[in-house]
Design a protein around this ligand. Structure first.
Ligand code: IMP
Ligand code: MG
Length: 333
């Protein structure tokens, strides 16, 4: 048995560009499987495939390359949106036949979950029924995918798949949301309901020794969607919002912006055991012409750099144990 697993984790508040990184690694790597390991249709992954823009919510990016794509047991599924997504992919020319699977022990979002999540929310959820579905899962009154006949053609048993049929599988795990939204590590209660860390990926049925690389994804500045006050009142953040097109892929809401915190980033890197760090959207700070990071604990000690090189060299140095990549484009790394 030679199962090997690479994991993509978000290091901030989601929307770091994990979809793009998954798509890139899928194109370059020799993966046999791509697994979404947490969350549901609260996520929105923006992917450019052969010049076309796709926004996926459930289905992992392996599907763009004919690689077996599994919605893992750590996820929750909205059946209606799942089928709508398949239709959208098909219409976009993607071969979905025999490529999309759902772990039979993943949970299903029900009408009542969406209703409960749809009122005024003090957290500013995505109103997709995620939280209530996970609540029921843990209250042990939820419903698993295996209970729905309509999902039968897609069902897969993770144990049989990886320990019986494909013991030499090369898996890429695609995360949703990010460390600062993790149910345990985020700023509770301003968090999502799932585990957004490497531990969340392993809970889908992979042993720790199978981990090869952990790709941590961050943006050159931070964004957050939800009700708490996050963005400082300065014009520069409005510029970043526009230059970075910081509007939610799922809800269309404006994302609040702030400078990146190295202290927070470091915490997310340590706890996830990141080996490769990807910092996205340097082109946005270039356009705005401002390069700053908080270097102290929490959001103190604002450091100012004069240009991109100074900024990236400092970060490269700060995380000298890691392989750090910087990206200036929504299409590639
Ligand atoms: P929920 O996950 O819909 O319950 O929302 C809880 C919090 O997580 C809210 O602040 C959402 O805006 C945020 N959230 C959930 N999913 C995402 C995501 O994919 N990107 C960014 N924020 C998210
Ligand atoms: Mg997103």
């Amino acid at each position: 048995m030679n199962l090997s697993v690479d994991i993509i984790v978000g290091l901030q508040h989601g929307d770091e560009g994990k979809g793009k990184v998954t798509h890139h690694l899928m194109r370059c790597g020799d993966y046999t499987h791509c697994i979404r390991y947490n969350g549901g249709c609260n996520a929105g992954h923006t992917i450019y495939h052969k010049g076309e823009k796709f926004v996926t919510h459930h289905i992992p990016a392996g599907v763009f390359f004919g690689v077996k794509s599994i919605i893992g047991p750590g996820c929750v599924i909205d059946i209606h949106k799942f089928f709508a997504e398949i239709k959208m992919l098909k219409e976009g020319g993607i071969d979905v036949y025999n490529n999309i699977f759902i772990a039979k022990n993943a949970h299903v979002i029900q009408e009542k979950h969406i209703n409960t999540d749809s009122g005024e929310s003090k957290l500013g959820t995505t109103r997709t029924g995620n939280g209530p579905c996970y609540s029921e899962k843990y209250a042990r009154s939820g419903k698993r995918a295996s209970e729905y006949t309509i999902l039968e053609p897609f069902l897969i048993d993770m144990y049989e798949e990886f320990y019986f049929h494909n013991p030499d599988a090369k898996v890429l795990c695609e995360g949703a949301q990010g460390f600062e939204l993790d149910i345990d590590w985020g700023d509770y209660p301003y968090v999502t309901s799932s585990h957004c860390t490497v531990a969340g990926a392993l809970a889908n049925g992979f042993p720790p020794r199978s981990i090869r690389r952990v790709y941590g994804v961050a943006k050159a500045y931070e964004t957050y969607v939800g009700t708490k006050q996050f963005q400082p009142e300065q014009e520069v953040f409005e510029k970043i919002q526009w230059a970075g097109m910081e509007f939610g892929a799922t809800t269309g809401r404006q994302r609040q912006c702030d400078w990146m915190s190295l202290h927070h980033l470091d915490r997310a890197i340590q706890i996830n055991g990141v080996t490769n760090l990807i910092i996205n959207k340097l082109d946005v700070l270039e356009e705005v012409g401002s390069w700053k990071v908080y270097s102290g604990k929490d959001k103190q000690n604002l450091m100012v750099f004069t240009n991109r090189d100074q900024f990236s060299q400092y970060i490269d140095h700060y995380f000298c144990d890691l392989k750090v990549s910087f990206s200036d484009s929504p299409h590639q790394i």
